[in-house]
Each structure stands twice: as C-alpha cells, then as structure tokens.
Design a protein around this ligand. Structure first.
Ligand code: NAG
Ligand code: NAG
Ligand code: NAG
Ligand code: NAG
Ligand code: NAG
Length: 767
C-alpha cells in the first residue's frame, strides 16, 4: 500500500535530486535519504507518553523498515538528518540519534552523551545541538553548541558518528545560542539575547552571508539557503544561492517553516494553512485544513492537522509520485512540551478534549505545556464558528453548515444564492431515518406548542391545511383548526448550535458510562446537562463510524438534520465536529421509549394518551415524508424509536443518511407506513410485534385476520380500562389493518393516517 519508499530506495540516478529534509526541531521530522540511506518520518505521539512513532513502509524494499515502528523511547523533540533521526530524551535532556536500519545504536559520540541539550538540529551528514537542560534552561553552559558528523560505515547501511572538526569554528565556540538549524554542510544559530544569526560550516559560503543581524521567531533551511520568520513583521526573509532561495510570499505572516532541498513550506499565522515556495507543485499542497506542525523532505511533506491531530502528507511534485501513500492513522502531538507558560495570542493545548479517557496531558511531566499560536481566520470554504480561548484554538466549520448572516460574507454567499445552493444540494439526497441505535432514551426539553402550519401534498387529493402540532390545548378545543393560531412561544429549537467539545465533555462527565443512555453501531448516547441547565442527549460517533463515513457525507447529513424541525420528531439542537469528533446534540426525552411503556414495565399508558401518541407519531412521520425537503424516510419505525417527551408527546427518533432514487423513495415510504401499522397494532393490543405467547407470534398474522373477521374487539388491550365507547379503538384497528396490507399500493399514506388519527383524538374518548 505504501510505496513511497520504493521510490526513496531507488538508486540515486533515478532521482531528480537527493531526497532531503531540513528544518529546526519539532514534534514531527523527516529523515531524508539517498543511495543507501532510507527516508522516514517520525513524530511524537498523542498518548501522553511522548512516544516516538516512525513510518515510511515499503514492503517490497530490500532494506525493509518496519511499518509504523515504535522507537521505544520518549522524546521532547525531533530533528531528522540523512537516513537518521535525532531527538532529545524527555527524561534526561540527553541527545539520542538513531539510524533507520539500526534503531538500537546511539549515533551521539561518547563525549557528548552525558550532556544535556535544549535544542538539536540534524543536517545532511552532521548534527549540531545547543547545551542546556531542555526543561530548565539555566545551566551555566546553556547556549554552547556541540557538532558531530554522521557517516556511512562502508556499504553496510550502518552509520557511525564522531566529534566534528568541519563544524568547529572559533567564532561559534565563543558565543551562546538559543536556536539552531542544520542544512547540507552548514548550520545557522540564533545568538542569545537578540544577537542575530550566525551561519558556519564548509558550505555556509553558499548563503552569501555569514552573519545576519536580524532576529527571527523561527528559521529553517533548504539544501543551500536559509529562511527566517522576521520577529517584527512575521514575514519570511531568505538568503542563499540565487537559484535556491525562491521568493517567499510577501505580506503573509507565518508561524513555522520547514525546508526541502529546493523549496520551503510554512504555516500561515491567520488560518494555519500551508504555503510553499520554490520548486513544488502548488496544486498538491493541501487546502481547506490548517496544520499545527509540518516537516518537509524533497519528495513528501507531512504535517499534523489541526482538525484532529491526524497525519496528512502531500507530495512536492508529480515526479515519481507513488500511486498510494498513506501515513499511519495515529494521533500526534500538536507541538513541543515546554516549561514556559503560553504567551498572549497562544493557546495551551488541553488534552482532555481528545477522546482518550483519563488523558489529561500530552506531556510526560504535567507541569509542561504545549503552546500553539491561535489561528484568527479559517481556510477557504470554512467559517469561524468559535474564537480562540486560553485552552483551545479557534474552530472552523465548513461553509456547508453556514446558517446565518454571520458567515455569509466569509463563505462568499449571498442570502439568495445560499438558499439556492442548499436547495440544489438537498435535492440530490434523501434522508433515511434508519436503524442506528435502538433503545435510546432521548428525552424532551419542553412541550412544543408552536403552531406549525403547513400544506401537505401527495396522493391525497386536494391540498389540506391543518395543524401539525397539537398540544394539550388543542385536545380540549374541538372543531377545525384555529384560524388565528396564538402567537407561539417558540419552544421549538431554532438553528442548530455549535458546541465546544470541552463543554460537552463537562456536560457528560467526560463521556462516562453512568451518563450513558444507549449504544449502537454508530456509537454511544449520553445524557448531559449543559451549563445553562438544559438536559440534552449527546450522540457521539465511535472511531469506526468516523473512519468509515466520509466527512462530506456527514456534513451533508448535518445540514439536513439542522433543517428538520418538528414537534413530533426528536430535534437536533446542535453538533460538535471539533478534534475530528462527530457529536450530535438532541433534545432529551424524559419519558423514554414507547416500547418500554407498552412492553417494558413502565406505566402502561391510558387510551387517551395512547391515541394521542399514535396521532403525534403519525404527524412526525408525515412531516418527514411530506414536508421535509428532501423527503425523509425512516426505514426503522418501531416502538423503540418513538420516544416520549416530558409531556408524553410522541417524537420520532433515530437518524441516518442514504441515497435513494425517486422510485425507491415511494416504496420506502410505504414500508414506513407498514411499520407504523405494526406500531398501531402494538398500541391497540399491548402485545409485542413478535411474541411467542401468542399464536401466531407475529402480530400482523395474529391481528389482521381477527380485524377482517369483524372481531377487532378481541385485539384490544384488556390490561387498560376500556373506554365506554370502543368505537374509536375499532377505527384504530381498521387503520392498522389498512397500513399493513400486503400490496403497498393498497396502504394509505402517512397523511391519511395522521388526519384520521387526528379526528379520533379530536372527537375524544368517553372514558
Ligand atoms: C531515560 O530514557 C531512556 C530511554 O527510554 C532509558 O534508556 C534511560 O534509562 C532513562 N534514564 C533515566 C535516568 O530514567
Ligand atoms: C501539479 O499536480 C496536478 C495534480 O496532480 C497535476 O494535474 C499537474 O499537472 C501538476 N503540475 C505540474 C506542473 O506538474
Ligand atoms: C483569511 O483567510 C483567507 C483564506 O481563507 C485569506 O485569503 C485571507 O487573507 C485571510 N484574512 C486575514 C485578515 O487574515
Ligand atoms: C449564527 O449561527 C451561529 C451558529 O449556529 C450562532 O452561534 C451565532 O450566534 C449566529 N449569529 C447570528 C448573528 O445570528
Ligand atoms: C481542559 O478542558 C476540560 C474540559 O474538557 C476542563 O475541565 C479543564 O479545566 C481544562 N483544563 C485546563 C487546564 O484548563
């Protein structure tokens, strides 16, 4: 599958130039290679242990590297060289370097092994590091630079190292440094206390300058050029051989840089997007996602996405691009753990927003922080849905979820255009409320008295106008729909809200079991109490669901769910897509499922309530079939999926998405009618849809012959006091019978059923 390395392993003459990668140390780094060297990437993982994961993988390679190998050490920072990787050990601050083919051998010369280092930078064949404890940084010799050479031992592929004489420079040894990078045959260091940058080494003359008086936020180099982010302007400035320091973008502020041999890439300060300059194909650079850290080699650049801390890699150009290249699906640390506190404009990464239970920090030492620059702005196609805080970066949501004027501008949408675009999208798909999790006890926020008026269309002859939401008030009134409906207190939720992950985590006690309401193939459902006191049900997709469903489909589904609003469905209140999560927040239904009341020992409902539930469930389904755009079919209507709110109102629940053509749509709707007929039979008889205590056990086979023989009374639940007049119940039986007819063309539509049930409820029962 991963064939990158088959390319990297090819002998030198196949390559356009040597594969290389240069940069300052970071949480992710590329070890580059040519000839016998092997290229690989390593990153610090997000397990809280600062473990190192490396990847490259090519099973066909003669010099096989294990796929996804774990170095077995814990590192504070990484920097890759030619076929080797260096890091600073997190427990001791000592340097450790290892070759791709010889993980166990430390390529730090003996004389330097017991030193502490605060910074390390591996170049093509050498390493320079700055002395001082990584964590404290106030040792007496903090700032002194040590350099060593790394070289091949014959043709074995093994490497060795020695103290460097090539990189010994009297000027350098007299100075104290605070930052360092290494290129091919040169290193550059930032002199302490704003002393500018000094470059040295056998090829440093290529830069055309040995001392730069400017100070930089961060710098990086390519094969023979140097670029830095200017401390004042945030813009990039470069030095080097004419052909090797391509023009950096001007007017753009950057937060970090990485270099390949003939190109640079940087992360923009505003939207955390990647910009590259030099020899690269811009159409391969990822758009639409921000990054926390990146590292370049000549061939491929990898980064840690801000969306979900997942690795994403892209090629520099189209030469020798392997057909497939996927980095491992592993979460990586977004930055380096550091003892400093975060500055203004930065946020401290809060590990408890990750899905891992009990993970409170990504750093081994809890007194360390990962500080990253806040983004201010989102990539194209996304809008800012939540600003940066001390503990979290700003959040960008896809423009497809833009719902109001606050994001029209940035999403490039005019109101009319947005509506049109939505409509077009909607017409392409049909929502299925399908089997995903059964037995959710979703509960209600408040009774919906909002008089929702609409027209229904379909096969039922002339269009009729009626109220879809009848509350208690309507029951008492009789006759036709009120021509002057009261101006409602709109308790029906309006637009979907975007929730912060931290908020939902707090509200569910960290997604703990005792908050669990149900589980299914989609994931878990939790009961949660928001800070404003609202009770909600939180439905959280598990990893399998996230991996197996495409994010675009999810967004489209969300967009449709956000638009569904009715008093007889469980409405979506909001969602959270932070950190790659897919969490839906629904109204909480305090009286549980209809199933548990009819069959599960909860209070058996009286006839008035049962009839009203039948009517309301019918209206919920009718809304989904007739009013929702695109039409929605449920495909799993059963008493488990009819929930009862705190006022005993019925709500249709359980949502999924699928594509359906027109013809199937009609068929699926009539299947919903059939299943609803079974629900009516359960309401009428109080027996389960399949019950071995009855003969036949199937409720349809049992009840329909009785109803057809005029013995519908024999199907009525005798455990509930009968009304004086059972005629309405006999009409219910007739309705159920018509809904479960074999030939779907003989079944009534949901509109017909809803209307008929409505008249039964309005006429009332004589109890
Ligand atoms: C530090 O970590 C390394 C690698 O995991 C280990 O070999 C070494 O013993 C540790 N040193 C101390 C002092 O814990
Ligand atoms: C850049 O990459 C795109 C996408 O793979 C490709 O279509 C295009 O031809 C490439 N351009 C160049 C100059 O190689
Ligand atoms: C915001 O991001 C867009 C790209 O989505 C970019 O073009 C624009 O310059 C940025 N604006 C600011 C003020 O940073
Ligand atoms: C627009 O919608 C977002 C998200 O639903 C919400 O947070 C924001 O307050 C709304 N803004 C306006 C102006 O209505
Ligand atoms: C991290 O987020 C959690 C909520 O998920 C919050 O309770 C905690 O206080 C945050 N940690 C810090 C250090 O702010």
């Amino acid at each position: 599958m991963l064939s990158l390395l088959s390319f990297l392993f090819l002998p030198f003459f196949y390559l356009p130039y040597s594969a290389s990668g240069y940069g300052s140390m970071g949480p992710i780094s590329a070890a580059f290679g040519n000839n016998e060297d092997v290229a690989f990437f390593c990153a610090i993982d997000a397990s809280g242990k600062q473990a190192i994961i490396c990847w490259n993988t090519d099973d066909s390679s003669p010099e096989k590297l294990p796929n996804n190998f774990d170095v077995g050490v814990s590192m504070a920072a990484l920097s890759g060289g030619g076929g080797f990787m260096c890091g600073i050990l997190s427990n001791t601050s000592q340097a450790y370097c290892w070759g791709a083919l010889d993980l166990g051998t430390n390529l730090v010369p003996n004389v330097y092994r017991s030193n502490n280092y605060s910074r390390i930078a591996a170049g093509r064949n050498h390493v320079c590091a700055i002395r001082g404890s990584y964590y404290v940084g106030n040792d007496h010799d903090h700032g002194v630079v040590d350099c060593w050479d790394v070289f091949n031992v014959g043709n074995s592929g093994k490497l060795n190292s020695q103290q460097s004489t090539l990189f010994y420079d009297q000027n350098v040894s007299n100075l104290m440094f605070e930052s360092i990078v290494s290129g091919e045959g040169f290193s550059c260091g930032g002199v302490k206390d704003g002393g500018g940058v000094l470059c040295w080494g056998p090829t440093s003359y290529n830069l055309g300058i040995s001392k730069i008086s400017e100070n930089f936020l961060e710098f990086s180099c390519s094969k023979s050029s140097f670029c830095g982010i200017s401390q004042g302007s945030g813009e990039v400035k470069c030095w080097g051989k004419n052909d090797s320091y391509p023009k950096p973008p001007s007017g753009t502020r950057f937060v970090t840089l990485t270099g390949g041999s003939n190109h640079f890439c940087g992360i923009r300060e505003d939207n955390h997007g990647v910009e590259c300059w030099g020899d690269f194909n811009s159409s391969l650079v990822p758009r639409g996602s921000g990054f926390y850290a990146i590292s370049a080699s000549d061939i491929v650049t990898c980064g840690i996405r801000e969306l979900d801390l997942v690795l994403d890699c892209w090629f520099v150009n189209n030469t020798n691009v392997p057909p497939e290249y996927d980095p491992p699906l592993q979460l990586c640390s977004p930055g380096l753990c550091s003892p400093r506190s975060c500055n203004v404009g930065e946020f401290r990464f809060n590990a408890s927003t990750l899905s891992e239970p009990d993970l409170t920090s990504l750093c081994i030492r809890k007194d360390l922080n990962i500080c990253s620059r806040c983004g201010s702005n989102c990539s194209e196609g996304f809008f800012l849905s939540s600003s940066c805080t001390e503990n979290a970066d700003r959040i960008c949501s896809p423009c497809s979820l833009c719902q109001n004027s606050s994001c029209w501008g940035v999403c490039g949408l005019e109101k009319a255009e947005m509506k049109q675009r939505r409509k077009r999208q909607m017409q392409k798909i049909v929502l299925i409320l399908g089997p995903s999790i059964s037995g959710f006890l979703l509960i209600l926020v408040g009774w919906c008295l909002f008089p929702y008026l609409f027209f229904f269309k379909g096969k039922d002859g002339p269009k009729k106008k009626f109220r879809s939401c009848m509350g208690k008030k309507d029951e008492e009134s009789n006759g036709d729909a009120d021509p002057n409906p009261p101006v409602a207190v709109p308790q029906c939720p309006g637009e979907a809200q975007i929730f912060r992950l931290s908020e939902l985590k707090d509200a569910t006690n960290g997604f703990k079991e005792f908050n669990e309401l149900g589980r299914g193939s989609y994931g878990f459902v939790y009961k949660a109490v928001l800070t404003d006191g609202r009770q909600v049900a939180v439905k959280r997709a598990n990893a399998a669901t996230i991996i197996h469903t495409n994010i675009r489909d999810f967004e489209l589904e969300l967009e449709i769910l956000c638009k569904l609003r009715h008093c007889n469905i469980v409405n979506l209140l909001g969602y959270c897509t932070e950190m790659g999560e897919r969490i839906l927040v629904y109204e909480y239904m305090s009286h549980g499922t209809l199933h548990d009341h009819l069959h599960g020992g909860l209070s058996p409902l009286n006839w008035t309530v049962r009839l009203r539930i039948a009517m309301q469930a019918a209206k919920g389904l009718e809304y989904l079939h007739m009013e929702a755009n695109p039409p929605v079919v449920h495909r799993d209507i059963k008493t488990f999926n009819i929930l009862l709110d705190s006022d005993w109102g019925a709500r249709i629940s359980d949502f999924g998405l699928s594509n359906l053509n027109e013809k199937d749509l009609d068929e699926e709707m009539m299947n919903d009618v059939y299943n609803f007929g079974i629900v009516l039979l359960e309401i009428l008889s109080g027996r389960k849809a399949y019950d071995v205590d009855y003969s036949p056990p199937n409720i349809v086979e049992w009840a329909v012959p009785l109803i057809r023989k005029g013995k519908a009374a024999a199907t009525i639940d005798r455990y509930v006091a009968l009304p004086r007049n059972v005629e309405p119940l006999l009409r219910l039986a007739d309705m159920a019978e018509s809904a479960v007819r074999e030939n779907s063309g003989d079944r009534p539509t949901m509109s017909v059923l809803a209307h008929a049930l409505e008249s039964i409820v309005k006429e009332g029962l004589m109890l």
